[in-house]
Design a binder for this molecule. Structure first.
Ligand SMILES: NCc1[nH]cc(CCC(=O)O)c1CC(=O)O
Length: 304
């Protein structure tokens, strides 16, 4: 029985989700799994994600260790994976998705925050949707890991922060959640709450082993969501949300592009067969573009 080496970021969130994958794989395949911590550019740089380019900063170092043969597979938050193909690398599995929703963390619900309250988030998607819900709030750009962000609320520097519910659950900080946003209030990021297992494309043996933890409905959902993002040629610095789920054996997809100031949005839904997830995403993206999504994405906020 060979030991599988799992490459992971070293944050508590990453280590926790990687350990969950390791346990599931061991149970299904009988192989022991050893975690190997890797530092990525996203863990080192203090710049805002939107400024350092966003795509790939948490992922590239892990992919390098895969290609260099230092680890057998890597576990990423799927949300952090760029949509483009990576040379020599295969997406071997997307395990069953965790809760995809965003959560408001702080002492009170969104409606109970006073005018001018400071809400921290570095994500243009969350900024735009927060502005649509509460134009009177003061959205403050922040970054850092979830613990650092939550501390800004307990320290009184901010009144609230928005984080992914799934991540808060993994680091055991659900007590900080004041409100969970339904997708019709705040559409999640493509892939939010899901994980991605990557290995070298030429390792058919590993692809088969890792495939034992793949979840078909999750894969279809995240394929549709990420195709929307890819066709819009948007990255994590664009105000784009997309969420798909299986309901009664059909895949239901909703995607939205929101103006940076939250004043307007294009939001559309479609449904189709699970095996046609990519086409579903492609068609919905084309309809979004037909209704002015590219113009909304291109607009920048007036300096305040
Ligand atoms: N960009 C950082 C990141 N990548 C994945 C998650 C949360 C967990 C997930 O979506 O699977 C987070 C933090 C956050 O958005 O709150």
């Amino acid at each position: 029985m060979t030991v599988l080496r799992l490459g992971t970021r070293k944050s508590l969130m990453a280590m926790t989700q990687s350990q969950l994958v390791a346990d599931a794989l061991s149970e299904r395949t009988g192989h022991a799994v050893e975690l190997v911590g890797v530092t990525t550019e996203g863990d080192v740089s203090k710049a805002l994600l939107a400024q350092i380019g966003g795509t790939g900063v948490f992922v590239n170092a892990l992919r390098d260790t895969l290609l260099g043969g230092e680890v057998d597979f890597a576990v990423h938050s799927l949300k952090d994976l760029p949509t483009g193909p990576a040379e020599g690398i295969a997406l071997a599995a997307t395990p069953r998705r965790d809760d995809p929703r965003d959560a408001l963390c702080g002492p009170v619900k969104l409606a109970d925050l006073p005018t001018g309250a400071r809400i921290g988030t570095g994500s243009p998607r969350r900024v735009a949707q927060l502005r649509a819900l509460r134009p009177d709030l003061n959205v403050v750009p922040i970054r850092g890991n979830a613990d650092t962000r939550l501390r800004k609320v307990t320290d009184g520097e901010l009144d609230a922060v928005v984080l992914a519910y799934a991540g808060l659950k993994r680091i055991d900080r659900l007590e900080a959640v004041a409100e969970i946003f339904e997708p019709d209030q705040m559409l999640p990021a493509p892939g939010q709450g899901s994980l991605a297992l990557e290995c070298r494309a030429d390792r058919a043996d590993l692809r088969e082993l890792l495939g034992t933890v793949d979840d078909r409905a999750t894969r279809a959902a995240v394929t549709a969501e990420r195709t929307v993002l890819a066709v819009l040629e948007a990255g994590c610095s664009a105000p784009v949300g997309a969420y798909a789920a299986e309901v009664e054996q059909k895949l239901h997809l909703t995607a939205a592009v929101v103006a940076h100031d939250g004043s307007r949005q294009v939001r559309l839904s479609a449904s189709g067969h699970l095996d046609e997830a990519e086409q579903l995403g492609r068609d919905l993206a084309a309809r979004l573009l037909g209704q002015g999504a590219d113009q909304l994405m291109g607009e920048r906020l007036e300096p305040q």
